[in-house]
Design a protein around this ligand. Structure first.
Ligand SMILES: Cc1cc2nc3c(=O)[nH]c(=O)nc-3n(C[C@H](O)[C@H](O)[C@H](O)COP(=O)(O)OP(=O)(O)OC[C@H]3O[C@@H](n4cnc5c(N)ncnc54)[C@H](O)[C@@H]3O)c2cc1C
Length: 462
């Protein structure tokens, strides 16, 4: 019986497990090793904002692992790997033998090296424990004051959750504008004006010099621009780094992350990797990249699982994409959005908080940036359609000229070039996907309209 060992309990791991079982119906042994409960980091902001309880961030429980015949060693860390002997040593003294190993250890937040960075009120927001800590520290405060260092994608997801709580928020970003790895300067200026209108204090183009304890348990944050901010909590969100400890010294090829091919195989036979720890193929070719986002983690997990189960599944490559709600203003960027050499079509309405940029290679869209309000149905459907056009790598032919003249009519180009049909025919594993086998408290998926639907569809038949 083939022995699969999977390290990690995030989306890569759970999707790999379900995919292996989809193909082998329980004919192999699967052991999962994870130091945290299996959960989705993406769900942490919903818990932070009070929309869901902690348990709803979990993506598997004992019954689920039992149903899938998985020996789940939750709360256990993998300490070292012997690729020649095909064994993994755990922190509980156990040694696991494997035929196939998947490394899905994710990434960790980068720490700041400034005076005061180790004070108790300074933290990241990346794990269940971090979220617990922030909620516990702020629960007795009437209106917590929080300063966030770093204005990137994950930081702003957390900012949005704290804004929903009504907290007093300050952001410090070293680069000249917010979301520097997601938006260009013009799009970011629109986001900045929106956030300022919402009462969020922004300090761009400056760094935090030091943090010190102030009166009543508060923190005094000194900035390079000579300003001082007094807050209750500091969140450090200045980037992440792949968790590579396990592969160090093993001979597995590592650049910025563990290098994987289109089968999610590392340079060592029978060792696979995926998600935030892996540097894999991209949809537009070129050097492998780390795309630290949920969709890439899910794809990597499914492709790795299929290949571990003996299938021959090749991954077409991940599309870099970020879609973000900044306190009611939606932003998205896809693909090579920062390619200054590419032909670009841009529309900007600063007062209306609308921005669109499409980047082209011949008649193919290779990058896109969007900013627009959450209740603008046209903006939201256009984001989805441009993503579909890019994922199918559709050449738009004469529709390129049409879009230059009618940039808000993406729908016509999308329909005319048959993108929806192409998407419907695309499957990652060469067969229809299955729904996840875990639901929080066995909840059924509801298709009842809620207030949120009112923005998009009528709840009544006309
Ligand atoms: C607050 C937050 C919000 C996010 N929101 C979004 C979003 O809206 N959209 C989006 O696309 N992405 C989002 N992301 C990013 C997304 O969650 C990650 O890209 C995704 O979780 C990566 O999945 P993974 O399986 O590679 O790693 P992870 O989910 O990080 O899982 C890896 C697991 O392995 C464990 N582990 C590590 N080393 C060991 C070891 N040696 N032994 C045992 N266990 C180990 C880790 O503790 C962790 O539990 C968000 C992330 C955060 C933190």
């Amino acid at each position: 019986m083939t022995k699969h060992v999977i390290v990690g309990g995030g989306p890569v791991a759970t999707n790999a497990i379900e995919t292996i079982r989809q193909f082998d119906s329980g004919a192999s042994q699967i052991t999962l090793v994870c130091d945290e409960p299996a959960h989705s980091r993406m769900a942490l902001p919903y818990w932070l904002s009070g929309q869901i309880p902690r348990e709803q961030t979990h993506t598997g429980d004992d019954a689920y692992f039992q149903k899938l015949s998985v020996d789940a060693l939750i709360g256990t860390r993998a300490n070292s790997l012997d690729v020649a002997g095909k064994t993994l040593s755990l922190d509980n003294g156990q040694t696991l033998e494997f035929d196939k190993l998947l490394i899905a250890t994710g990434a960790s937040p980068v720490a700041l090296s400034i005076p005061g960075a180790d004070l108790p009120g300074v933290q990241s927001l990346w794990t269940l424990d971090h979220t617990d800590r922030l909620l516990a520290a702020t629960q007795s405060l009437e209106r917590p004051r929080v300063l966030m260092i770093g204005a990137g994608f994950i930081g702003f997801i957390v900012l949005n959750a704290m804004h929903k709580r009504g907290w007093a928020l300050t952001v410090v970003e070293r680069e000249a504008h917010v979301l520097p790895r997601m938006l260009d300067a013009d799009a970011a200026a629109i986001v900045e004006s929106w956030l300022t209108n919402k009462g969020i204090q922004l300090h761009c183009g400056t760094s935090v010099q030091s943090i010190a304890a102030a009166d009543d348990g508060a923190l005094r944050v000194e900035l390079d621009d000579s300003s001082t901010v007094i807050v209750d909590r500091v969140i450090v969100a200045v980037g992440i780094t792949p968790n590579l400890e396990l592969v160090q010294g093993t001979g597995i090829d590592v650049k910025d992350g563990i290098v994987v091919n289109q089968h999610m195989q590392t340079s060592v036979a029978d060792v696979y990797a995926g998600g935030d720890v892996a540097q894999g193929p991209t949809l537009y070719g070129g050097d492998p990249e780390i795309h630290s986002i949920q969709p890439t983690a899910v794809d990597h997990g499914r492709v790795a699982g299929a290949n571990m189960a003996g299938q021959d599944v090749s991954y077409p490559g991940s599309l870099s994409m970020n879609i973000l709600d900044t306190c009611g203003l939606q932003n998205a960027s896809f693909g090579n959005w920062a390619d200054h050499a590419a032909e670009a079509l841009t529309i900007s309405n600063t007062d209306g908080h609308v921005y669109r940029k499409l980047l082209w290679s011949d008649d193919e869209i290779t990058g896109a940036v969007f900013v627009g309000q959450a209740n603008d149905l046209g903006m939201l459907t256009d984001v989805g359609m441009v993503k579909g056009i890019m994922q199918t790598r559709t050449a738009l032919g004469p529709w390129k000229t049409y879009l230059k003249e009618n940039s808000f009519d993406i729908r016509r180009a999308y329909v005319a070039t048959g993108v929806a049909q192409k998407l419907a025919g695309m499957t990652l594993l060469g067969r229809p996907s299955q729904t996840r086998q875990f639901r929080f408290q066995g909840a059924k998926v509801s298709n009842q309209p809620t207030a949120a639907h009112a923005n998009f569809v009528s709840t009544k038949a006309d």
